[in-house]
Design a protein around this ligand. Structure first.
Ligand code: XUL
Ligand code: CO
Length: 437
């Protein structure tokens, strides 16, 4: 087999003292944390669209990434060659899962039928590589935002014919995801929103989106696909306003349309920050609704106001994420998909390894730190103590919905002015800092 990364060995774990940049200093797949090996806590996935298809162009300049495995054409042969390079990459980096959009892996044809044939052909190739290497599909999705026909949206397009094309594409993508044993399927509404309300019938578009998702659920039920459906919130970019704005908006939409049982959320850090939230906020919102399904692991840049998709290297961020994931007992069918790209200046193939190592090591540290914080219990205890008054008879009765306003009034009269304690924010931040090392 041709090697596209001849100078790169299978990346070893060498421990924190290693000075070898092509080694893991913290990610030790077999190390057991809270009774489970790291590889099960951290089900990393590589995003095909970034790893294999992102040439690192930006609005001011063309692609810089060197991709010797890519001849620049849209041929099926080229698509197959890329897949060979991708699986070599997965084997060497030690990542077990991947994610794709239909159009990243297989070229769009001139007709619906030709696109389906291309995708089927490529699915055979992916299947073969999966069998040979043991790599797995975390989730698949359909690209409903690149083709010019989706300029006004896909499921929310003003054109019913475009809606039909989107339906065809999603049906085929679910089929292929199912055939490849994918554990999930993502709906990210890249153009499901509006550019201006002057030309938009918002209630009608939202109703169409709900119909579209209902059809997808109906197809899943009839086709026997066992993976989890996810909605991935994002507030803007490419459209001015996207309907799947944030976790709360998505949950509201799912509840309104009776879809809560059929979907969970795939939360992405940079989308959270674009919505004006922290990643922690979005994860807590989803988890509180029992709907935290999977994570797109990346991060934004504090000075840049768009979706920069940096690799997640911030240890506070990974610690906060892993505290929430550990508290909910793991992501079940979900994982940590590096929806992240290298910077434009990191254009050598070897940078794919450096970037993923950086993300994996940051998550391994986040996991270990989060587990240590949980074992120490001071942060969890502080929250419990803060709400202790709610464990009183009155608190328990209020929480059970058994108290009237008049009863509250007589209680207030009897206790007088409440005795409050400090929130101790800085002390808690300082305790957290003790673990970041
Ligand atoms: C875009 C984004 C998508 C989804 C899948 O911001 O996050 O790549 O993850 O369509
Ligand atoms: Co994403």
């Amino acid at each position: 087999m041709n090697s596209w990364f001849p100078d790169v060995p299978v990346i070893p774990f060498e421990g924190p003292d290693s000075r070898n940049p092509l080694s893991f200093r913290h990610y030790d797949a077999g190390e057991v944390i809270e009774g489970k090996p790291m590889r099960e806590h951290l089900k990393f996935a590589s995003a095909y669209w970034h790893t294999m298809r992102n040439g690192l162009d930006d609005p001011f300049g063309s692609a810089t990434a060197r991709m010797p495995w890519d001849d620049g054409t849209d041929s099926l042969e080229n698509a197959e060659q890329r897949i060979g390079a991708f699986f070599e990459f997965l084997e060497k980096i030690g990542i077990e899962y991947y994610c794709f959009h239909d159009r990243d892996v297989a070229p769009e044809g001139a007709t619906v039928e030709e696109s389906a044939r291309n995708l089927e052909h490529i699915a055979d190739v992916l299947d073969r590589y999966q069998n040979e290497t043991g790599k797995k599909l975390l989730w698949g999705t359909a690209c409903l935002f690149s083709h010019p026909r989706y300029v006004h949206g896909a499921a929310t397009s003003c054109s019913v014919d475009v809606f039909a094309h989107a339906g065809a594409q999603v049906r085929q993508a679910i089929d292929v995801t199912s055939r490849l044993g994918g554990s999930g399927y993502v709906f990210w509404g890249g153009r499901e929103g509006y550019s201006t309300l002057l030309n938009t019938d918002m209630p009608r578009e939202l109703a169409h989106l709900a119909r579209f998702l209902e059809m997808a659920v109906d197809y899943r039920n009839r086709s026997g696909f066992e993976g989890q459906f996810y909605i991935e919130p994002k507030p803007k970019e490419p459209t001015t306003h996207q309907y799947d704005f944030d976790a709360a908006a998505c949950l509201n939409f799912l509840r309104e349309h009776g879809l809560m049982d059929s979907f969970k959320l795939n939360i992405e850090t940079n989308h959270a920050t674009l919505a004006g939230h922290s990643m922690e906020h979005e994860l807590e919102t989803a988890a509180a609704a029992g709907a935290l399904g999977s994570i797109d692991a990346n991060m934004g840049h504090p000075q840049l106001g768009w979706d920069t998709d940096h690799f997640p290297t911030d240890i506070y961020l990974t610690t906060r994420i892993m505290r929430i994931v550990l508290a909910m007992g793991g992501l079940d069918q979900g994982g940590l998909n590096f929806d992240a790209k290298r910077r434009r200046g990191s254009f050598e193939p070897i940078d794919l390894f450096h970037a993923h190592i950086a993300g994996m090591d940051a998550f391994a540290r986040g996991l270990k730190i989060a587990a240590a914080i949980r074992e120490d219990r001071r942060l969890d205890d502080a929250v419990q103590i803060r709400y202790a008054s709610w464990d009183s008879d009155l608190g328990v009765s209020i929480e059970a919905g058994q108290v009237t306003l008049e009863e509250l009034e007589s209680h207030a009269k009897s206790v007088g002015e409440p005795d409050l304690s400090s929130g101790r924010e800085e002390m808690l931040e300082s305790i957290m800092n003790d673990f970041i090392r």
